[in-house]
Write a protein that binds this ligand. Structure first.
Ligand code: NAD
Length: 244
């Protein structure tokens, strides 16, 4: 896939899945905006990717940060073709013991953050009459998961946001899709207890954990012109976890 002359913004791309998505776009010729709440990590990642990658710190829960982010991107590249809503966190715990704060923080970053970014991106993409938005949901947004009431609700909300934005933006040449990764090895899943890791892996038909590259390949497809007639869809990248 060729992304020359395209500009791609990936939120939460200082590390993990977002970083590999950003690197993959850069390798395929795109200008890439590395955005993350962690400024130092953001700058380090952008300099390691090199080429046309720029770092732009933004907290996705701040409307002011997001306004500034899109201003910086359009000043520099004049357009924004691809946005990947990847920034996300977990604050796991059984629902009866879950703090209200842990509910709010996860919903703010994972869902409200994607709303703010999509809103800013949509204004520009509708004028361009071109855009590709890919949201990083999760299989637990489709199935639910004990211990993740906040996280699975945020990821289910992201799927509804995907379908709604696809309906609102489709007539202007903007597609909106989601991927639903299963168990992917990153720092986020490294924090899981061994029993949880074994439980997830026992459900993977392909018998191995996923890699950030597995997710990135699907994101690049959905952002490409090859996927021009695909919108409002959720593609599970889970090694068959959903069917077992
Ligand atoms: P990660 O923790 O390695 O990376 C997440 C990144 O988001 C970090 O760089 C972090 O600084 C950034 N971030 C956190 N809060 C932010 C904020 N307010 N504003 C901007 N950036 C912020 O996680 P990961 O495993 O790479 O996950 C990436 C995405 O994929 C997340 O949305 C996650 O929910 C989703 N996902 C991951 C898995 C998995 O198994 N790892 C499975 C399904 C979905």
């Amino acid at each position: 896939m060729n992304f020359e002359n395209k500009t791609a913004l990936v939120t939460g791309s200082a590390r993990g899945i977002g970083r590999v998505i950003a690197q993959s776009f850069a390798t395929a010729g795109a200008n890439v905006v590395i955005s993350d709440v962690d400024q130092a990590a953001c700058e380090k990642t952008a300099s390691e990717i090199g080429g046309a990658a720029i770092a732009c710190r933004a907290d996705v829960t701040s409307a002011d940060d997001i306004d500034q982010l899109f201003k910086t991107v359009t000043d520099k590249f004049k357009r924004i073709d691809i946005v990947v809503n990847n920034a996300g966190i977990t604050r796991d715990g059984l629902m009866i013991r879950m703090d209200e704060k842990d509910w709010d923080t996860v919903l703010d970053i994972n869902l409200k953050g994607a709303f703010l970014v999509t809103k800013s991106a949509a204004r520009i993409m509708m004028k361009q009459r071109y855009g590709r938005i890919v949201n990083i949901s999760s299989v637990v947004g489709l199935t639910g998961n004990a211990g993740q009431a906040n996280y699975s609700a945020s990821k289910a909300g992201l799927i509804a946001l995907t379908k709604t934005s696809a309906k609102e933006l489709g007539s202007r040449g903007v597609t909106v899709n989601a991927v639903a990764p299963g168990y992917i090895e990153t720092e986020m899943t490294a924090a899981l207890p061994e029993a949880a890791r074994e439980f997830f892996l026992s459900k993977v038909v392909l018998g191995r954990p996923g890699t950030p590259e597995d997710v990135a390949r699907a994101v690049l497809f959905l952002a490409s012109d090859e996927a021009a007639y695909v919108t409002g869809q959720v593609l599970a990248i889970d090694g068959g976890m959903m069917i077992s």
